[in-house]
Write a protein that binds this ligand. Structure first.
Ligand code: FE
Ligand code: FE
Ligand code: ZN
Length: 290
């Protein structure tokens, strides 16, 4: 099973520290933001300890495509109301694509954006136009994430993602990141994962799914909320998430935990252990656990 989590990238070890953090959770995949998710301030590539990180991945037998990069969520290519926002989105997306390439990572996860005060068709059209302006390349696959449909988010149905993908000049440079919290909140019944996969395959094509965000959710199906819960502690529950984590049809895809910290502590080592051992151990997830 290819399983990891969101990790930090911070001084002094930067990207090498990200890999070490993942290893400390017994993970064999990881995902990181190249800076704060809510702003576009980024460190020089030369300071990020990229060769050291790549060596560390190699030493532990983890292929570089399992190091996933997440673009900052302020990027909104679907904003038609403030064209300068969409403009900035492309500018920053270009930098993220070249950073992802320089890091040697393969997949860059991107939220398709929000239509704000316009409407969904306009948002989708705007996103397509902006993504077609981006400087994409063959080495990096931009993975549009399935969204919960909170506020005016687009990408809340497989149909909307398929529509965006169909409008792209270089569709082969784009794919999808499947988030279990978001798809539940968008209205998909993940207790019937096989049916959801069939639907995904029919509408988008399963070969275009490259990343899975494995999260429980605080909200019932169709709530359009997007609040992540720890594994086993939400609406989806341990059994469903374990089933998804081990499903043979998506076994080749990296699963990334984006579950909330408990107190000040990341829960990832414990959640990975529970999933690997197929044993729900809620006592590991309590605030007093060491
Ligand atoms: Fe995301
Ligand atoms: Fe996600
Ligand atoms: Zn989310």
């Amino acid at each position: 099973m290819i399983l990891g989590s969101h990790v930090q990238m911070k001084a002094p070890l930067f990207l090498e520290g990200s890999v070490l953090e993942a290893l400390s959770y017994d993970a064999n995949a990881l995902m990181l933001y190249t800076g704060a998710p809510q702003n576009t301030v980024r460190r020089e590539l030369s300071q990020m300890r990229i060769p050291e990180a790549q060596q560390c991945m190699k030493d532990h037998g983890i292929p570089m495509e399992r190091m996933i990069i997440h673009a900052p969520y302020i990027i909104n290519p679907a904003n038609s109301v403030k064209p300068e926002v969409a403009e900035l989105a492309v500018e920053f997306l270009n930098k993220e694509i070249s950073r992802t390439r320089a890091i040697g990572a393969r997949y860059l996860v991107l939220h398709p954006g929000s239509y704000t005060t316009a409407d969904a068709p306009t948002g989708i059209r705007t996103a397509i136009a902006q993504l077609n302006r981006a400087e994409t390349c063959d080495e990096v696959t931009v993975c549009l994430e399935t969204m919960a449909g909170k506020g005016s988010e687009i990408g809340r149905t497989f149909e909307e993602l398929a529509e965006i993908l169909a409008g792209l000049d270089h569709p082969e440079r784009f794919g999808v990141c499947f988030d279990t919290c978001h798809t539940n909140d968008a209205g998909y019944d993940l207790t019937k994962y096989d049916d959801v996969l069939d639907e995904f395959d029919r509408i988008i094509g399963l070969s275009r799914m490259h990343v899975i965000h494995l999260n429980d959710t605080k909200n019932p199906i169709g709530a359009h909320k997007d609040r992540h819960a720890n594994i086993g502690q939400g609406t989806l529950g341990f059994e469903t998430l374990h089933y998804i984590a081990f499903h043979p049809r998506t076994a080749h895809i990296a699963k990334i935990l984006e579950t909330p910290y408990i107190g000040k502590k990341p829960p990832y080592k414990e959640e990975i252990k529970m999933l690997r051992e197929n044993r729900y151990m809620p006592e590991l997830l309590s605030e007093t656990a060491q």
